[in-house]
Design a protein around this ligand. Structure first.
Ligand SMILES: [Zn+2]
Length: 146
């Protein structure tokens, strides 16, 4: 069975789960949600728009489980996620514009706090000439958009 390119959605998020959840945990979360959104379980006083929204959600939940509840598709999806993370994570950790950074009068530079707690800093001159700035503590880079 060929799955081809899986749709790029956060299927874990749809189940309120994470990649580290076991199959049993995923199943439990799926079952809870699917009961909640199942078209047959909806009360009669729900508006048509809400019924439609819940139906869409139900379909997504069902789809998420079809992907994550199957060992083979789950593996493929996990791989795809990792690849996406790698391509997005390299070379820059984030793309920022100078407006996203803080201007420091004293040091005469722009700075931004890294997620490691360290700092990216770049002078006005550098900012005009370089696009990648390295964190002063870890090896992460940010790309400055001109
Ligand atoms: Zn850092």
């Amino acid at each position: 069975m060929a799955f081809g390119e899986l749709p790029k959605k956060d299927w874990y998020g749809i189940l309120g789960a994470g990649p580290s959840d076991t199959l049993a945990e995923l199943k439990r979360k799926y079952q809870r949600l699917v009961l909640l959104y199942h078209p047959d379980k909806q009360s009669a006083d729900v508006s048509a728009g809400e019924v439609e929204a819940r139906m869409q959600r139900f379909i997504e939940i069902d789809r998420a489980w079809k992907i994550l509840g199957n060992e083979e598709t789950k593996k493929e999806y996990d791989l795809q996620r990792r690849e996406d993370e790698l391509t997005q994570g390299w070379p820059a950790d984030a793309q920022v514009s100078l407006e996203d950074m803080t201007w420091n009068h004293n040091d005469n530079c722009y700075s931004l706090t890294c997620r490691c707690g360290g700092k990216y800093s770049v002078s006005k001159f550098e900012a005009e000439h370089v696009s990648l700035v390295c964190c002063d503590t870890c090896s992460l880079l940010i790309e400055i958009l001109q």
